[in-house]
Design a protein around this ligand. Sequence first.
Ligand code: NCD
Length: 298
Amino acid sequence: MKHLISIEDLNKSEIIKILDKSEEFEYVALGKKSLDILRGKILANLFFEPSTRTRISFECAMKRLGGDVINVSTQEASSMAKGETLADTIRVVSNYCDAIAIRHPLEGAARFAAENATVPVINAGDGAGQHPTQTLLDLYTIRKELGKIDGTKIALVGDLKYSRTIHSLIKALTLFKTKIYLVSPEALELPKEFLEELSGNIEKTKLEDIIEEVDVIYVTRIQKERFPDEEEYRKVAKSYRITAEIARRMKEEAIILHPLPRVDEISVEVDSMKQARYFKQAFYGVPVRMAILTEVML
Ligand code: NCD
Protein backbone atom coordinates (compact mmCIF):
# COMPACT_ATOMS: atom_id res chain seq x y z
CA MET A 1 0.00 0.00 0.00
CA LYS A 2 1.39 3.37 -1.02
CA HIS A 3 0.95 6.18 1.49
CA LEU A 4 2.24 9.72 0.92
CA ILE A 5 2.97 11.17 4.35
CA SER A 6 6.24 13.05 3.92
CA ILE A 7 8.03 14.24 0.80
CA GLU A 8 10.87 12.05 2.08
CA ASP A 9 8.73 9.01 1.21
CA LEU A 10 9.73 9.71 -2.41
CA ASN A 11 13.17 9.65 -3.99
CA LYS A 12 14.19 12.00 -6.79
CA SER A 13 13.20 9.67 -9.62
CA GLU A 14 9.79 9.00 -8.05
CA ILE A 15 9.26 12.77 -7.77
CA ILE A 16 10.18 13.25 -11.43
CA LYS A 17 7.86 10.42 -12.44
CA ILE A 18 4.94 12.20 -10.70
CA LEU A 19 5.84 15.52 -12.37
CA ASP A 20 5.95 13.84 -15.79
CA LYS A 21 2.62 12.16 -15.16
CA SER A 22 1.11 15.50 -14.05
CA GLU A 23 2.08 16.98 -17.41
CA GLU A 24 -0.07 14.36 -19.15
CA PHE A 25 -3.05 15.28 -16.96
CA GLU A 26 -3.00 19.02 -17.68
CA TYR A 27 -5.48 18.75 -20.55
CA VAL A 28 -7.84 16.77 -18.33
CA ALA A 29 -7.47 19.32 -15.54
CA LEU A 30 -8.39 22.06 -18.03
CA GLY A 31 -11.49 20.11 -19.04
CA LYS A 32 -10.22 19.77 -22.62
CA LYS A 33 -10.03 16.01 -22.54
CA SER A 34 -11.99 13.55 -20.44
CA LEU A 35 -10.66 10.45 -18.75
CA ASP A 36 -12.44 7.81 -16.73
CA ILE A 37 -9.55 6.01 -15.12
CA LEU A 38 -10.76 6.47 -11.53
CA ARG A 39 -14.37 5.41 -12.23
CA GLY A 40 -15.72 3.49 -9.25
CA LYS A 41 -13.01 4.87 -6.91
CA ILE A 42 -13.81 7.00 -3.88
CA LEU A 43 -11.53 9.42 -2.06
CA ALA A 44 -12.40 10.39 1.54
CA ASN A 45 -11.36 13.96 2.27
CA LEU A 46 -10.94 14.28 6.05
CA PHE A 47 -10.10 17.93 6.60
CA PHE A 48 -9.87 18.87 10.26
CA GLU A 49 -8.38 22.30 9.48
CA PRO A 50 -9.50 25.04 7.05
CA SER A 51 -8.69 24.48 3.38
CA THR A 52 -9.82 25.82 0.04
CA ARG A 53 -7.29 24.81 -2.60
CA THR A 54 -6.07 21.50 -1.29
CA ARG A 55 -9.47 20.00 -0.54
CA ILE A 56 -11.19 21.32 -3.65
CA SER A 57 -8.36 20.47 -6.02
CA PHE A 58 -8.34 16.89 -4.67
CA GLU A 59 -12.07 16.79 -5.32
CA CYS A 60 -11.75 18.32 -8.77
CA ALA A 61 -8.95 15.88 -9.66
CA MET A 62 -11.05 12.87 -8.59
CA LYS A 63 -14.17 14.03 -10.42
CA ARG A 64 -12.41 14.91 -13.65
CA LEU A 65 -10.94 11.38 -13.67
CA GLY A 66 -14.39 9.81 -13.19
CA GLY A 67 -14.06 9.13 -9.45
CA ASP A 68 -16.04 10.35 -6.47
CA VAL A 69 -15.37 12.03 -3.12
CA ILE A 70 -16.74 11.89 0.43
CA ASN A 71 -16.05 15.02 2.47
CA VAL A 72 -15.81 15.38 6.23
CA SER A 73 -14.69 18.86 6.99
CA THR A 74 -14.73 19.35 10.76
CA GLN A 75 -14.22 17.16 13.76
CA GLU A 76 -17.51 18.62 15.05
CA ALA A 77 -19.35 17.15 12.07
CA SER A 78 -17.98 13.64 12.62
CA SER A 79 -18.34 11.20 15.50
CA MET A 80 -15.02 12.49 16.83
CA ALA A 81 -17.20 15.13 18.50
CA LYS A 82 -18.80 12.22 20.43
CA GLY A 83 -15.41 11.10 21.64
CA GLU A 84 -14.41 8.68 18.87
CA THR A 85 -10.65 8.42 18.48
CA LEU A 86 -8.85 9.32 15.26
CA ALA A 87 -7.69 5.69 15.06
CA ASP A 88 -11.27 4.36 15.12
CA THR A 89 -12.45 7.02 12.66
CA ILE A 90 -9.71 6.03 10.21
CA ARG A 91 -10.42 2.29 10.59
CA VAL A 92 -14.08 2.87 9.79
CA VAL A 93 -13.59 5.37 6.97
CA SER A 94 -11.11 2.93 5.34
CA ASN A 95 -14.09 0.67 4.66
CA TYR A 96 -15.95 3.37 2.75
CA CYS A 97 -13.28 4.50 0.31
CA ASP A 98 -10.19 3.65 -1.75
CA ALA A 99 -7.89 6.34 -0.30
CA ILE A 100 -7.95 9.00 2.41
CA ALA A 101 -6.62 12.56 2.17
CA ILE A 102 -6.22 13.95 5.67
CA ARG A 103 -5.45 17.42 7.03
CA HIS A 104 -5.02 17.74 10.77
CA PRO A 105 -3.71 20.42 13.16
CA LEU A 106 -1.35 17.99 14.88
CA GLU A 107 2.07 17.13 13.46
CA GLY A 108 2.30 13.35 13.04
CA ALA A 109 -1.47 12.84 12.68
CA ALA A 110 -1.22 11.72 9.04
CA ARG A 111 1.45 9.11 9.90
CA PHE A 112 -0.75 7.89 12.75
CA ALA A 113 -3.73 7.71 10.37
CA ALA A 114 -1.68 5.63 7.92
CA GLU A 115 -0.83 3.17 10.69
CA ASN A 116 -4.54 2.65 11.33
CA ALA A 117 -5.81 2.68 7.74
CA THR A 118 -6.42 -0.21 5.39
CA VAL A 119 -6.33 2.09 2.33
CA PRO A 120 -3.59 4.53 1.18
CA VAL A 121 -3.36 7.76 3.18
CA ILE A 122 -2.25 11.08 1.66
CA ASN A 123 -1.06 13.81 4.01
CA ALA A 124 -2.81 17.06 3.06
CA GLY A 125 -0.99 18.96 5.84
CA ASP A 126 -0.24 17.95 9.44
CA GLY A 127 0.30 20.91 11.75
CA ALA A 128 3.67 22.52 11.09
CA GLY A 129 4.92 19.15 9.80
CA GLN A 130 4.64 18.25 6.13
CA HIS A 131 2.55 19.03 3.05
CA PRO A 132 3.97 16.73 0.37
CA THR A 133 1.28 17.23 -2.30
CA GLN A 134 1.86 21.00 -2.11
CA THR A 135 5.59 20.39 -2.57
CA LEU A 136 4.97 18.31 -5.68
CA LEU A 137 2.85 21.07 -7.18
CA ASP A 138 5.45 23.68 -6.19
CA LEU A 139 8.16 21.67 -7.97
CA TYR A 140 5.86 21.20 -10.94
CA THR A 141 5.26 24.95 -11.11
CA ILE A 142 8.99 25.74 -11.00
CA ARG A 143 9.77 23.18 -13.71
CA LYS A 144 6.86 24.33 -15.86
CA GLU A 145 7.42 28.08 -15.53
CA LEU A 146 11.24 28.08 -15.63
CA GLY A 147 11.78 24.94 -17.69
CA LYS A 148 14.02 23.38 -15.02
CA ILE A 149 14.59 22.91 -11.30
CA ASP A 150 18.32 22.11 -11.33
CA GLY A 151 20.48 25.22 -11.49
CA THR A 152 17.84 27.58 -10.04
CA LYS A 153 18.25 30.03 -7.17
CA ILE A 154 15.27 30.01 -4.84
CA ALA A 155 14.48 32.40 -1.97
CA LEU A 156 12.15 31.01 0.72
CA VAL A 157 10.56 34.08 2.28
CA GLY A 158 8.46 34.57 5.40
CA ASP A 159 7.41 32.17 8.12
CA LEU A 160 10.05 29.47 7.80
CA LYS A 161 9.44 28.31 11.36
CA TYR A 162 5.84 27.12 11.17
CA SER A 163 5.13 26.75 7.42
CA ARG A 164 4.69 23.09 6.56
CA THR A 165 4.91 24.00 2.87
CA ILE A 166 8.46 25.22 3.54
CA HIS A 167 9.38 22.19 5.66
CA SER A 168 8.35 19.89 2.81
CA LEU A 169 9.68 21.98 -0.07
CA ILE A 170 13.15 22.55 1.37
CA LYS A 171 13.69 18.80 1.76
CA ALA A 172 12.70 18.22 -1.85
CA LEU A 173 14.83 21.08 -3.17
CA THR A 174 17.98 19.65 -1.61
CA LEU A 175 17.52 16.62 -3.91
CA PHE A 176 18.06 18.99 -6.85
CA LYS A 177 21.00 21.25 -7.64
CA THR A 178 19.46 24.42 -6.27
CA LYS A 179 20.81 27.35 -4.30
CA ILE A 180 18.41 28.08 -1.43
CA TYR A 181 18.22 31.45 0.31
CA LEU A 182 16.38 31.72 3.63
CA VAL A 183 14.77 35.11 4.19
CA SER A 184 12.75 35.66 7.36
CA PRO A 185 12.36 37.78 10.46
CA GLU A 186 14.54 36.37 13.25
CA ALA A 187 11.58 35.02 15.20
CA LEU A 188 10.41 33.01 12.17
CA GLU A 189 13.69 31.40 11.15
CA LEU A 190 13.88 27.81 9.91
CA PRO A 191 14.27 25.52 12.97
CA LYS A 192 17.92 24.54 13.58
CA GLU A 193 17.26 20.78 13.37
CA PHE A 194 16.28 21.28 9.73
CA LEU A 195 19.49 23.03 8.83
CA GLU A 196 21.51 20.35 10.58
CA GLU A 197 19.95 17.51 8.62
CA LEU A 198 19.94 19.24 5.24
CA SER A 199 23.09 19.10 3.20
CA GLY A 200 22.17 21.40 0.32
CA ASN A 201 23.52 24.76 -0.69
CA ILE A 202 21.57 26.88 1.83
CA GLU A 203 22.25 30.39 3.05
CA LYS A 204 20.49 32.85 5.36
CA THR A 205 20.25 36.30 3.82
CA LYS A 206 18.23 39.49 3.30
CA LEU A 207 15.88 39.94 0.38
CA GLU A 208 17.57 43.13 -0.85
CA ASP A 209 20.89 41.28 -1.20
CA ILE A 210 19.55 38.62 -3.58
CA ILE A 211 16.40 40.06 -5.16
CA GLU A 212 18.18 40.81 -8.46
CA GLU A 213 19.65 37.34 -8.90
CA VAL A 214 17.03 34.84 -7.73
CA ASP A 215 14.86 32.82 -10.13
CA VAL A 216 12.09 32.12 -7.62
CA ILE A 217 10.73 33.96 -4.61
CA TYR A 218 8.52 31.58 -2.62
CA VAL A 219 6.52 33.63 -0.11
CA THR A 220 4.55 32.26 2.82
CA ARG A 221 1.87 33.60 5.15
CA ILE A 222 2.66 33.99 8.83
CA GLN A 223 1.05 30.84 10.27
CA LYS A 224 -0.88 32.70 12.95
CA GLU A 225 -2.76 29.59 14.14
CA ARG A 226 0.50 27.83 15.10
CA PHE A 227 1.75 30.54 17.48
CA PRO A 228 1.59 29.40 21.09
CA ASP A 229 0.99 33.00 22.14
CA GLU A 230 -0.99 35.81 20.46
CA GLU A 231 1.52 38.40 21.67
CA GLU A 232 4.36 36.59 19.85
CA TYR A 233 2.30 36.75 16.68
CA ARG A 234 1.66 40.48 17.10
CA LYS A 235 5.41 41.14 17.28
CA VAL A 236 5.99 39.73 13.79
CA ALA A 237 2.67 40.52 12.08
CA LYS A 238 3.11 42.63 8.92
CA SER A 239 6.90 42.38 9.21
CA TYR A 240 7.43 41.65 5.49
CA ARG A 241 5.61 42.37 2.24
CA ILE A 242 6.44 41.90 -1.43
CA THR A 243 5.43 45.11 -3.19
CA ALA A 244 5.49 46.04 -6.89
CA GLU A 245 8.60 48.09 -6.21
CA ILE A 246 10.40 45.00 -4.90
CA ALA A 247 9.06 42.77 -7.70
CA ARG A 248 10.31 45.23 -10.34
CA ARG A 249 13.87 44.59 -9.19
CA MET A 250 13.60 40.89 -10.02
CA LYS A 251 14.99 39.37 -13.23
CA GLU A 252 12.64 39.51 -16.24
CA GLU A 253 12.02 35.76 -16.23
CA ALA A 254 11.99 35.27 -12.43
CA ILE A 255 8.79 34.16 -10.73
CA ILE A 256 6.93 34.76 -7.45
CA LEU A 257 5.17 31.77 -5.88
CA HIS A 258 2.95 31.44 -2.81
CA PRO A 259 1.02 28.36 -1.63
CA LEU A 260 -1.88 30.70 -0.78
CA PRO A 261 -3.91 31.87 1.08
CA ARG A 262 -2.28 35.28 0.95
CA VAL A 263 -3.04 37.69 3.76
CA ASP A 264 -0.90 40.81 3.32
CA GLU A 265 2.54 39.47 2.42
CA ILE A 266 2.18 40.17 -1.32
CA SER A 267 0.50 43.42 -2.39
CA VAL A 268 -2.37 42.96 -4.82
CA GLU A 269 -0.64 45.32 -7.26
CA VAL A 270 1.90 42.51 -7.84
CA ASP A 271 -0.86 40.20 -9.16
CA SER A 272 -0.85 41.76 -12.62
CA MET A 273 2.96 41.67 -12.97
CA LYS A 274 4.49 38.96 -15.14
CA GLN A 275 6.47 37.54 -12.20
CA ALA A 276 3.29 36.66 -10.29
CA ARG A 277 2.55 32.94 -10.80
CA TYR A 278 0.75 32.01 -7.58
CA PHE A 279 -2.70 31.64 -9.11
CA LYS A 280 -1.31 29.48 -11.89
CA GLN A 281 0.49 27.49 -9.20
CA ALA A 282 -2.89 26.86 -7.52
CA PHE A 283 -4.28 25.53 -10.82
CA TYR A 284 -1.34 23.12 -11.14
CA GLY A 285 -2.61 21.52 -7.93
CA VAL A 286 -5.22 19.71 -10.03
CA PRO A 287 -3.01 17.82 -12.54
CA VAL A 288 -0.43 17.09 -9.84
CA ARG A 289 -3.08 15.65 -7.49
CA MET A 290 -4.44 13.61 -10.42
CA ALA A 291 -0.98 12.09 -10.79
CA ILE A 292 -0.74 11.41 -7.04
CA LEU A 293 -4.23 9.88 -6.84
CA THR A 294 -3.65 7.54 -9.76
CA GLU A 295 -0.30 6.58 -8.26
CA VAL A 296 -1.82 5.52 -4.92
CA MET A 297 -5.16 4.16 -6.17
CA LEU A 298 -4.34 2.17 -9.31
C1 NCD B 1 -0.93 26.08 2.96
C2 NCD B 1 -1.16 25.14 4.13
O1 NCD B 1 -2.30 24.77 4.43
O2 NCD B 1 -0.15 24.75 4.68
N1 NCD B 1 -2.04 26.21 2.14
C3 NCD B 1 -2.22 25.32 1.12
O3 NCD B 1 -2.41 24.15 1.32
N2 NCD B 1 -2.14 25.80 -0.12
C4 NCD B 1 -0.32 27.37 3.33
C5 NCD B 1 -0.93 28.22 4.39
O4 NCD B 1 -1.95 27.89 4.99
O5 NCD B 1 -0.37 29.30 4.63
